[in-house]
Design a protein around this ligand. Sequence first.
Ligand SMILES: [Zn+2]
Length: 73
Amino acid sequence: MIIYQCRSCRTVLGTFADGESRIEALLETLTPEERDTIIEQVGDNRMVYVLCEHCQDALNRHPELYDLTSPLQ
Ligand SMILES: [Zn+2]
């Protein structure tokens, strides 16, 4: 399972089956560094940490509240 979760508020944004071509293709476009940063293997699942709309909005308004170099904190 591939689980998209907001890295800020921890809301689960969506889950996808392993091998779903649309998602795999998307993950393929990431650089190795990006993959290391936003993808974490947890048991059988792959967590993909992104920002939900709400947090993206808050980030745009208050970038000082977010440390982009430490997305997992
Ligand atoms: Zn969020």
